[in-house]
Design a binder for this molecule. Structure first.
Ligand code: ATP
Length: 674
């Protein structure tokens, strides 16, 4: 076959000798390029108005509607069967895809005729689902016919990958998966991966719509996945905790993949499946959705029966954990407190590991809790480089914590060799990567294969908060390259779920309480109390108010190396026996019920407003344990709840949220105004 250009610039194919009369086919004109793909798009466009017409015609008369419904259902089944029958001569994939398309279209048209095509979710299903089916058809055709460019030149030739053959494909709405065979010895899968942007461009799709994964058993074979529509554009609503009352051995569900499958993260190990316990690094630029995702994870953890959670947040603790209100949890805020707590971790690890060993376990298993009361422990450290400032600390913690039934989660905005040495990185089995400014940031934590296969978290930056990739034990490697997004939720929803599981959560084990030197959290749940009874409180454990910000900053600059075990200043008398019983919270006369505590808090706000205070923060409620029977975080959560009614949030003082009393109704503001 030969070709030539016409005066109008169109490329015409000429039938060669022996092919009968020569004729011209305008194969480069845009209309002829698009013509093969017109049927699916015309069908897509026609389905809606036809259904609307049918609805107006048949469904508005109550006498006709039931007959129309039955008739259309039968017609749909019949057409689907006819499609299956007529397509028997076609390739198996074409036959299945055509039949599925007929079935889906008939079902939608029948429902649309009865209910009306403008109804939700029928309209959305047509708009997104229908377009997805049409795009999938177009891609499938493009791949099968090998493109519509120069005769004999297919997609792969056009993107400079001559020799790559498609050996099979699978088509689903909004996803085409093709198996590729590379010319052995001439090309590597990385060459195809590098061309994924060109393939996307050739198909008229966005960057990242094409991913290429190498076959681990045969480096001359690969799987190419094309996802035409970005379904993560809109977040999915949070469905609630995935396993309330379940075990931490059940996965934490923290979002959905682009094919709507749940994102599942595993923390403890499982000998049966050969999965190791793991730590995670959470990275993402500011505003990429790390805290939002963290809250979802914390809620998952706090709704399980055999896991404890310790949150360390050197800067915005009040802000990020305020939603937990007075629910039982343990949070350590402030630079200095977090650093102190981190110093205690090595001894905690040693103690937990030797206790597990005494019980005959070489790692944490659910029986450690069900038979001995030692829950799994997750230590979640926000802005980790601020408190884990030296490599030795991080490496040792990461190396040893897993065998002690602990998972560490280090959250940070930008990893670098300085704040996350390679040794540490190699100890973190899991990575949760949100949008980043630069692909190099992601490459620091995501595996090379994931990046090469087309993962592009730098495309999201912080414009698509919550979108992420996740790698970790228990997650299928194919999923590493599949984009996902955390759910859309509000603090109130999470809070309600956490509250509902108040009686399910485990008591903090005395070992954890002792070695972290945790004060007893205020709680309605008598089982969730830090076991400090019988242990002298540390003398130098400062409250947040006692920290001089300048001192904290100095501390931050003066990075303290990890002391050796014998130097660890736990401020705990090691001879002191660990209490067997979890003590009850000591509040003389019983602490006030919640309503009463809230009333007292409101009264205090009124008093402050009457005194002429224009700014109020959590610091204006000294000794909250004694006064309200609840901790600072409870105060913080209650103040946040009054935002918009009694109070108006005006910013932060760098640590805590600041509020102005509002002049409304009978509230404090009104009194102040008076
Ligand atoms: N999946 C999601 N769907 C919708 N909105 C989201 C999602 N994830 C996060 N957001 C929103 O994006 C904004 C930024 O999220 P977030 O505060 O969690 O980011 P961050 O990475 O923690 O930022 P920083 O590092 O500055 O603290 C918030 O308003 C949050 O509600």
């Amino acid at each position: 076959m030969a070709g030539k250009n016409t005066q109008r610039g169109d490329h015409l194919s000429v039938a060669g000798p022996g092919q009968g009369f020569g004729y011209y086919t305008p194969d480069k004109h845009w209309a002829s390029r698009l013509a093969p793909y017109a049927p699916e798009w015309a069908g897509y466009a026609a389905v809606w108005p036809v259904t609307w017409g049918l609805h107006e015609w048949l469904a508005t008369d109550p006498g006709v509607a039931p007959w129309a419904s039955a008739g259309m259902s039968l017609l749909g089944v019949g057409l689907t069967a006819v499609t299956w029958q007529c397509a028997r001569a076609r390739a198996a994939m074409t036959r299945k895809f055509a039949t599925a398309t007929s079935g889906i279209t008939a079902a939608w048209m029948t429902t649309g005729t009865i209910a009306g095509p403008t109804e939700t979710p029928l309209l959305e299903l047509w708009a997104l689902g229908g377009a997805g089916v049409a795009v999938s058809w177009s891609i499938y055709k493009a791949l099968r016919r090998g493109g519509d460019g120069e005769p004999g030149e297919g997609l792969f030739e056009q993107v400079q990958l001559a020799g790559v053959k498609q050996t099979g494909s699978q088509v689903e709405p909004n996803r085409v998966t093709s198996q590729l065979q590379l010319p052995p010895g001439q090309m590597e899968v990385s060459d195809v991966q590098k061309a994924s942007g060109r393939i996307a461009g050739w198909l008229g799709l966005g960057k990242g719509a094409v991913r290429v994964n190498e076959d681990p058993d045969n480096s001359s074979q690969a799987t190419m996945t094309i996802v035409p529509q970005d379904v993560l554009k809109h977040p999915t609503a949070w469905p609630g905790p995935s396993a309330p009352g379940g075990s931490i051995t059940d996965p934490l569900v923290v979002g959905v993949y682009e094919d709507t499958e749940p994102v599942q993260i595993y923390l403890p190990g499982d000998k049966d499946t050969g999965r190791n316990a793991t730590h995670y690094a959470v990275i993402g630029m500011n505003g990429s959705g790390k805290t939002h995702g963290a809250k979802e994870s914390w809620t998952e953890i706090l709704t399980r029966r055999d896991v404890g959670l310790v949150l360390m947040d050197p800067s915005k603790g009040e802000q990020s954990v305020g939603f937990l209100g007075d629910t039982p949890y343990t949070v350590i805020t402030g630079d200095k407190q977090c650093k102190k707590a981190v110093k205690r971790l090595p001894q905690l690890i040693t103690e937990r590991a030797s206790q597990l060993g005494e019980w005959g376990y070489d790692q944490w298993v659910p029986e450690a809790y069900s038979e001995h009361g030692l829950p799994y422990l997750v230590i979640w450290i926000e802005e980790a480089p601020r408190v884990l400032s030296d490599a030795k600390t991080m490496t040792r913690l990461a190396q040893e914590a897993r065998s002690a039934g602990m998972s560490l989660v280090f959250s940070l905005q930008k990893p670098s060799f300085r704040n996350m040495p390679t040794d540490v990185r190699s100890q973190l089995g899991g990575t949760w990567c949100f949008g980043v400014a630069d692909l190099d940031d992601a490459a620091f934590v995501l595996s090379e294969d994931t990046i090469e296969s087309g993962a592009r978290p730098d495309r999201w930056k912080n414009r698509r908060p919550g979108c992420h990739y996740v790698e970790g034990p228990g997650i299928s490697e194919e999923r590493y390259t599949t984009p996902a997004r955390t759910h859309l939720h509000s603090d109130a929803q999470l809070r309600a779920a956490v509250d509902e599981c108040a009686d399910i959560r485990p008591a903090m084990h005395p070992i954890d309480a002792r070695y972290l030197d945790l004060t007893a959290p205020a709680t309605d749940n008598p089982t969730m109390v830090a076991g400090n009874e019988g242990i002298e409180p540390t003398e130098d454990f400062e409250s947040l108010d006692d920290i001089d910000p300048d001192e904290a900053a100095d501390f931050d600059d003066d990075l303290v190396p990890l002391p050796d075990d014998e130097d660890v200043d736990t401020d705990v008398d090691d001879d002191q026996p660990v209490p067997e019983q979890v003590p009850a919270l000591d509040f003389p006369g019983g602490r006030p019920p919640r309503e009463e505590a809230v009333a007292m808090l409101r009264e205090r706000i009124t008093q402050l407003a009457t005194e002429g205070r224009t700014e109020i923060s959590v610091k204006d409620f000294p000794d909250p344990e004694e006064t309200y029977g609840r901790g600072r975080s409870w105060i913080s959560g209650e103040l946040a709840k009054l935002d918009g009614t009694l109070l108006q949030r005006v910013g932060t003082d760098g640590r805590a949220a600041l509020y102005r009393p509002r002049a409304t109704g009978t509230d404090a503001g009104a009194q102040h105004a008076a």
